[in-house]
Every structure is written in C-alpha cells, then in structure tokens.
Write a protein that binds this ligand. Sequence first.
Ligand code: PSU
Ligand code: MN
Length: 307
Amino acid sequence: MTDFHLRYGTEVARALREHRPVVALESTIVSHGLPRPDNLRVARQIEQAVRDAGAVPATIGMVAGELVVGLDDAELTRLATADGVTKLSVRDLAVAAAAGADGATTVAATSAVAATAGIGVFATGGLGGVHREAAQTFDESADLVTLARTPIAVVCAGVKSILDVGATLERLETLGVAVVGYRTRRFPGFFITDSGFDLDWSLDSPEQIAAALAARVQHGVHHGGLIIANPLPTDEQLDPGLHDRTLVEGLALLERDGVTGKGVTPYLLSHFHSATEGASLAVNVRIILRNADLAARIAVAAADRRG
Ligand code: PSU
Ligand code: MN
C-alpha cells in the first residue's frame, strides 16, 4: 500500500465516513485509453453508472502533485483535456508528487491508492498483463505484481486482448491473485466475450461476490486482489474477425514505430479505435459501463452485509 498524502473529494469523504458503498475508478482510461473528446463524456458516464447502481464514484488521479480520491468535475476535465498528463503506475507516484505533476493513475496505481483509502471495490475496462513477446521484452504490466500485494476487488473484462492472455493467467496464479468469472467459467477477452481460457471459479451475483470478500477478511487474506472477470454478452462484442485483423496490423505497426514501455498499451488501443472506425471504442465504453455497474452492486452488497 502507499503512504501518500491523499486528498478526498467531499462526497467520497462523507460516504467513507458513513460506511456507504464507494467504487474506485481509474483515470488512465480517461487520459490515455480513450480518444478525445469522447473521453471526458465517457468519464462522466462511468461515474453516473456507479451512482445509478447506488454507490459513490471515486475517480482517482493526481492534480498538481496531489493525489485525489474523488476528482471533482473540474479536475476530471483537466485530466481528460490538458496536455502533459502523465501515465502513473505505482512507482511513479512519489516522483510525480514531488514534481507537482498532473497524472492519470493506472490499474496498479489506482488499486494501491484505493486500498490505502479503504475502498474495497474498483472498476476498470481491462487489466494490464503479460505482453506478447514478453519472453524477449520482459514487458509485463505492473498491474499484476501490484494486485499480488493489494487487497482490492477489481471488476474488469479480463485483460486487454492485445496481451498474451495465457501467460497473464499463469502469472496471476503464481502471484496468488484470485480470478473469478461473473456468471461464466471462461475468461473474457476484453473486446471479445471469450478469450479461450477456462476459469476455476464462477460467482453468480453481487451478493456471492460480497460473501467471498467477507470470507477473505475472515480468513486473514489481506495481501492480494480478487479479479472479477465480467464478459460482454456475445452480441455486444467486437466482431472477432475484425478484432484479429486489427490486432495483427496493430502489432506490426508497433514494431515499425519502435514503440516500447508504457507507450505500448495506449498505442495499440488507439490503433484499434481508429482502424475499426470507432467500433472498438463503442465496445470499450460498454465494457467500462457494465463493469462500473457491477462494481457498484458489489459495493452495495458488501455494505449491506456490514449492516
Ligand atoms: N484498460 C482499458 N484502457 C486502458 C487501460 C486498461 O480499457 O487504458 C490502462 C490501465 O490503466 C492499465 C494500463 O493499468 O492500461 C496498463 O498499462 P501497462 O500495460 O503499460 O501497464
Ligand atoms: Mn508495459
């Protein structure tokens, strides 16, 4: 967990004090994962989806070096539209804070900050993971090791399909991060419903997931994350043929342009959004909104259990 000074949005501070349901949201999808100008509109829609399901949204990000849990609309607008918003993983937080930077937090950084803030449920699109060619490049998202040590439930549509899904699942197993499917025994493939990989566990309701979270606390499982994999219905997925073609093309362009490091994920996502003429963007937005809704219902069920 982080030891940073956190500033809380007014509504989030009150909700946490009153033990009402809160859902953490990341800002990297807003600043680096979705194209402008749609990103700001979508960021607001995600927060609304959380509210509609009865919880308080806490979008996390860094504004002028200050880590904020529950960005207000002006701060959200700033991270969505300003130039020079840095993508911040956990390792970047202290340096960025000292530099007074504006920054968007990844799954890793958002999880760490949310857990420190006492928020137990987090919604995102797709997790980072092991990249293809990782055996040569060693490119594995810090999302994985962070989830190994951070007690948080993350609702996602699996890992981004641009990754090596099988290797990512193996790493999650090694790292002791639990993975459950929401009403499925197949791991979702982000833009596509089914990645082709099986899961050991499936839970069927927010109440069951809240019970699993309570059992973790009872059994002293305080170190790691629980991934709740929430697939898109097949009639809402990106056409799998289009998906595969776009991916092959994107990977070739990545190599041509020599993109590495933290630029890889935004580059591939942006290639998808332009090459599919917005089809992948619409799917990406659906994924996030559905995950925000499920996360909020889990947070509500967890709060109901606490009474
Ligand atoms: N999922 C999305 N869009 C995104 C990301 C995830 O639908 O933009 C971001 C998340 O913030 C995730 C990050 O933590 O990509 C992973 O980046 P990297 O592979 O560089 O760790
Ligand atoms: Mn990487």
